[in-house]
Design a protein around this ligand. Structure first.
Ligand SMILES: [Zn+2]
Length: 166
């Protein structure tokens, strides 16, 4: 990863801006009211190194990358089913994984700017998802706060996981 270089800084900025745009659209459109929104993002994020390994025609990297992706997919599913904080951890963990790809030697085919972009995206998305979860917990503890929508005020059905916004 070109730390400190102009390309590296631009990659970080674009990663943060992209995550902000996705988060904004997710909130404005209401996508993030669906519990599966950030788990789906985690699965998409985790798929790219498999794609790059395929593009780089690297058989040595393809299966290891596929297994790593599978671990993130399992995390996303468990997060969806059990606790969305797992998704926050998963996104942050992918940011750490990006550091290992920064050298460009782990998986051929990875664009030089990708690890920095993905790291910035992951950490930003994890932070916003954590904010939403904390905000939800705050709302749950403040029953007098006005709900933004009628559906926001409805308690989750028994057995159905709650979304990011109650
Ligand atoms: Zn990443």
């Amino acid at each position: 990863m070109p730390h400190g270089t102009r390309e590296g800084i631009v990659s970080y900025i674009i990663g943060i801006a992209t995550a902000a745009l996705v988060a904004l659209l997710g909130s404005v459109a209401g996508f993030d009211r669906e519990r599966g929104f950030y788990p789906a993002i985690l699965m998409v994020v985790a798929s790219y190194y498999v794609l790059f390994a395929a593009i780089g025609d690297s058989a040595n990297s393809l299966w290891p990358e596929a297994m790593v992706m599978a671990a993130f997919v399992v995390t996303a599913v468990l997060g969806f089913r059990r606790n969305l904080w797992l998704v926050v951890v998963g996104l942050a963990a992918h940011g750490i994984l990006d550091l290992f790809h920064a050298s460009g030697t782990v998986t051929p085919g990875v664009p030089a700017w990708w690890p920095a972009f993905c790291l910035a995206f992951d950490i930003s998305a994890a932070a916003y998802c954590a904010y939403l979860l904390l905000w939800r917990a705050g709302k749950a503890g403040s029953p007098d706060r006005r709900c933004r929508r009628t559906a926001d005020c409805e308690a989750p059905q028994h057995g159905a996981p709650a979304g990011l916004h109650p």
